[in-house]
Design a protein around this ligand. Structure first.
Ligand code: HEM
Ligand code: ISQ
Length: 155
């Protein structure tokens, strides 16, 4: 069976709960978890590179984190509606070349996935369930696969 309505609802509901606090809380936690697992990622982001700590008040950092969560949530909706993730061609091309240029590899996608799930788990507290994690994980995997395929084509 494909992506279910229940899975879509779990993703959408948790995103609704989280999104208010993305800028001031979750974006920092997200980057912290990523850098704990993969310190070298720091050098990939221009706004992290030159500071010892994760900047607490950088609009770019806050916005970047939000985009990854939002795109994953949108992917969940697409998976339920049409069984696949489709990004506008121009965006997909841009994402493929941008990530390729920064030296992003498969293991980085795994790190970002773990950090994403870890951030959501902490953010939603008691509402968390393995089923919720599974739904976010599936949506992320499909989105990541779309970007990775494009990266291979650009390479
Ligand atoms: C840039 C999304 C995975 C590192 C971007 C941008 C988006 C994006 C929308 C902005 C492009 C632009 O500013 O023009 C995503 C999504 C991902 C993903 C949806 C997974 C499904 C990753 C991974 C890494 C990574 C795994 C490596 C740890 C970067 C870097 C940039 C970038 C370094 C450029 C940042 C900058 O120069 O300001 N990504 N990304 N991304 N992404 Fe990702
Ligand atoms: C991947 N690509 C773009 C922005 C990001 C922000 C936080 C974590 C991963 C990211």
């Amino acid at each position: 069976m494909g992506f279910t309505e229940k899975q879509e609802a779990l993703v959408k509901e948790s995103w609704e709960v989280m999104k208010q606090n993305i800028p001031d809380q979750h974006s920092l936690r997200f980057f912290t978890l990523i850098l704990e697992m993969a310190p070298a990622v720091k050098n990939m982001f221009p706004f992290l590179k030159d500071s010892d700590e994760i900047p607490q008040n950088n609009p770019k950092l806050k916005n970047h984190a939000r985009i990854v969560f939002k795109m994953t949530c949108d992917s969940a909706i697409q998976l339920r509606e049409k069984g696949q993730v489709v990004l506008p061609a121009v965006l997909l091309k841009h994402l493929g070349s941008a990530h390729l240029k920064k030296g992003v590899v498969d293991s980085h996608f795994e790190v970002v996935k773990k950090a994403l799930l870890g951030t959501i788990k902490e953010a939603v507290g008691e509402s968390w369930s393995d089923e919720m994690g599974g739904a976010w994980g599936e949506a992320y995997d499909q989105l990541a696969a779309t970007i990775k395929t494009q990266m291979e084509e650009e390479a």
